[in-house]
Ligand binder design. Structure first.
Ligand SMILES: C[S@@+](CC[C@H](N)C(=O)[O-])C[C@H]1O[C@@H](n2cnc3c(N)ncnc32)[C@H](O)[C@@H]1O
Length: 278
């Protein structure tokens, strides 16, 4: 049980957020949580944080929880992050999927933040000529629980920090400078569909015949064991047989029974849903 949950003021709120999106705030994160909740209560003019928390139990609660999710999720992301995953996906897995099937190739970026991850994939697929005449259709779905980051993702406008690992060739080719920011090429933007989706409250958004790959990088670290199991279970169900689940390099699905078998690609670990035996 999270320490924060025992706190008489912040505890119910922390539990409410956990129930809604699986986030757990421990150590330094708990401090940040208190600070941001206090700030929000003051912004709205409540005399105390306790008064604000009481309102969250009432009819306005859900809208306010939405706002808190926007304030409290960690949305750090950037283009070409953990690039080796894209290389593996495109150079090793993609050719097999292209050979085996005749439908579209589908990838789900399941906690996409401001979109750098699915857009990096879209850029690299174009560069490797997996997009275009004679190639299977590519569908990239990108989802997040935070609606504010999804708005930014759709705008395709980024600051220098998000581009810090983009090689000059890609910068020149795919970004246009606009008032000190960088606008991503509209053709790349059109390749990605953004939707709100909560990994812990699955709804009918996902295609019934599944994804070839699910990228869920750098979010499971914020979940506890139970939330991880739920999220991973949902993502594995959404994979086609033979499909790959790719998590962040610093993350692990150790002791998550829902995780598919692990595959080691020269030290890079991914999870692969078993394919039917032929
Ligand atoms: C650190 S970002 C990771 C972005 C990207 N995957 C990457 O690796 O660069 C984590 C994202 O997970 C999202 N998130 C947190 N809880 C979630 C949930 N229950 N369902 C969907 N997304 C969630 C956050 O809003 C945030 O944008």
């Amino acid at each position: 049980m999270s320490q924060l949950w025992k706190d008489p003021v912040y505890g119910p709120l922390a539990q409410g957020l956990y129930a809604r999106c699986g986030l757990v705030f421990e150590g330094g994160q708990a401090h940040l949580f208190r600070k941001r909740v206090d700030r929000r209560a003051a912004e709205l003019g409540y005399p105390s944080t306790a008064a604000y928390v009481a309102v969250l139990r009432g009819p306005l609660g859900e809208t306010e929880y939405e706002h808190l999710i926007e304030t409290l999720t960690v949305n750090e992301t950037y283009f070409f992050r953990e690039q080796e995953h894209f290389q593996l996906l495109i150079d090793k897995l993609w050719p097999g999927w292209t050979r085996d099937g005749n439908g579209p190739l589908r990838v789900w970026s399941a906690a996409c933040s401001t979109g750098c991850e699915p857009y990096t994939l879209a850029i690299l697929l174009r560069e490797r000529r997996w997009v275009g005449p004679g190639r299977p259709r590519v569908e990239i779905l990108a989802t997040d629980v935070n609606t504010a980051v999804l708005r930014d993702a759709k705008s395709g406008l980024y600051g220098e920090f998000a581009l810090r690992q983009v090689p000059p060739y890609y910068r020149d080719k795919y970004f246009r400078c606009e008032g000190g920011l960088y606008r991503l090429d509209p053709e790349v933007r059109r390749m990605v569909t953004f939707r709100r989706y909560n990994l812990l409250r699955p709804d009918g958004l996902l295609p019934p015949d599944g994804f070839h790959a699910v990228l869920c990088r750098n979010v499971l670290i914020y979940f506890d064991q139970e939330a991880k199991r739920k999220a991973v279970g949902g993502m594995v169900r959404a994979l086609k047989p033979g499909g790959a689940l790719i998590i962040g390099r610093s993350e692990s699905l150790f002791s998550i029974p829902e995780a598919p078998p692990i595959e080691n690609h020269d030290g890079l670990l991914i999870y692969r849903k078993p394919a039917p035996v032929r």
